[in-house]
Ligand binder design. Structure first.
Ligand code: GLU
Length: 447
């Protein structure tokens, strides 16, 4: 019996013991080496955006990536070639078909998406070698950076797939016949088999998923593996295509971008929250881990991770309006009342994005607009302002100034990057709220 740990580990352990009982499913045997896996092996892992690692069960047992490699090689292709070029070769539509189906677009022969084998083989073929590195060297290096440690190939699994991989070779030849494979089919498939045979653990997979969830920055190493827009593109394709013919049902019930592999690995990413992974080699009819699907489904429900649920949690980025309470006291009651009516103070807190900026601007404009002559935006409790929010706040404040309002920001951290003086529409910047309010009151002649 394991000792009590933290709340997250307890949850993982509980799910582990609940689903370990499940013995449904079969080991993959079309790659003979995969049939040697221990059917009882079952591990769960979760890595937070701060790089906190949690696990239960066989989270250190090595297995091969198989199709879980696909989103990461897709990320590399997008990084090297850009979305438009990659889309010329591989589509982004869910195929609704099995992983090894001939999912080629009618007319063009373009593979449906990069998560099914046809699209993954083309994606792999798009990675060019350089003077000192083969395409596969670059893939391995990229996968390793996602995992945060040097990964290697399981040569036995690789050889096993090379010996039996005729269907994938056939797919590659078929695609080549439509002109949409830039390299020799045999070479393309061999590189693809190699990437499938890269060995990882559930903890590695959780780090890889966490890197996608964290906008391309590995939370364990701090290394920028891919740019944020690429991470978003990969997550989008995982959300619609990552679970093959059950992708729609998975998004409906579990609500997370995910990718499965026939060796029993399964990843899911909670954007800006967690990277999740499971390992259990017993597969259901669609080639995904039975325990993994159940455990990640339960975890998403337990932790409220479904993407379509409550996307902006009130409280995490909220703003609050305080007019009267924090104003300095004026010499007379009448002056104090005037001050309250004429100066509005809005305090924002947390990380400001588009949603939060909309609330802040609405709050600034709302209190008795006819009477309020001066507005003070207090950003001391703000932890960050993204580019969209910064532009919105600056132009919103400028608009208020144009409408005749005096505007000020309390922004010691310089979130709004408002310079001293210069632009008459720019708000005045103060270090403390008292200073800003006192100045507003003085300007209005109420102090
Ligand atoms: N290497 C496997 C294949 O191409 C990967 C399939 C999967 O993991 O879904 O058949």
């Amino acid at each position: 019996m394991s000792s009590a740990a933290d709340a997250v580990t307890d949850t993982l352990r509980e799910l582990h013991s609940r689903f370990a009982e499940l013995r449904d499913g079969e080991l993959a045997d079309y790659i003979p080496q995969l049939a040697l896996a221990d059917p009882d092996a079952f591990g769960l892992a979760l890595i937070s955006m701060d790089g906190h690692r949690y696990s239960a069960g066989a989270a250190d047992v090595p297995f091969t990536l198989q199709s879980v490699s696909k989103p990461f090689v897709y990320a590399l292709a997008l990084s090297l070639l850009g979305l438009d070029e990659v889309c010329r070769w591989v589509g982004a539509e869910p195929s609704g078909e099995a992983y090894n189906a001939i999912s080629l677009e009618r007319g063009t022969g373009r593979p449906a998406n990069a998560m099914v084998n046809a699209g993954a083989i083309v994606t792999t073929a798009l990675i060019p070698g350089t003077a000192d590195a083969t395409g596969f060297d670059r893939i391995l290096e990229c996968l390793s950076r996602f995992a945060g440690r040097r990964l290697d190939v399981d040569e036995a699994v690789y050889a096993s797939e090379v010996a039996t991989g005729d269907r994938n070779r056939a797919l590659a030849y078929l695609i080549r016949s439509t002109g949409l494979l830039p390299v020799d089919p045999v070479a393309a498939v061999e590189t693809y088999f190699r990437q499938c045979a890269v060995q990882v653990t559930a903890l590695d997979l959780a780090a890889m998923a966490a890197t996608l969830a964290n906008g391309g920055v590995n939370p364990l190493t701090g290394g920028v593996v891919i740019d944020e827009p690429v991470a978003a593109q990969v997550l989008a394709v995982m959300a619609t295509c990552g679970m093959y013919e059950v992708s729609g049902d998975w998004l409906l019930r579990v609500g997370l971008p995910a990718k499965s592999g026939v060796s029993g690995g399964l990843i899911a990413a909670g954007p800006a929250r967690f990277g999740l992974a499971t390992y259990s080699p017993l597969l259901g009819p669609t080639g995904t881990s039975v325990r993994g699907r159940r455990a990640l489904g339960a975890l998403s429900e337990r932790l409220g991770l479904h993407l379509m649920h409550n996307p902006a949690l009130a409280g995490s980025t909220v703003t609050l309006v305080t007019t009267a309470d924090d104003l300095p006291s004026a010499p007379t009651e009448e002056q104090e009342r005037a001050l309250r009516e004429r100066v509005a103070v809005v305090a924002a807190q947390g990380a400001l994005d588009f949603t939060a900026a909309e609330r802040v601007l609405h709050a600034l404009d709302e209190p008795r607009p006819e009477e309020t002559e001066s507005v003070v935006l207090d950003l001391r409790q703000v932890t960050g302002v993204d580019t969209v929010a910064r532009t919105m706040l600056r132009s919103g404040l400028a608009r208020l100034a144009e409408g005749g309002r005096r505007t000020a920001v309390v922004d010691p951290a310089g979130h709004l990057a408002v310079g001293p003086g210069g632009d008459p529409a720019a708000p005045r910047r103060f270090e403390s709220r008292d200073e800003a309010v006192e100045r507003a009151a003085r300007d209005l002649g109420t102090l």
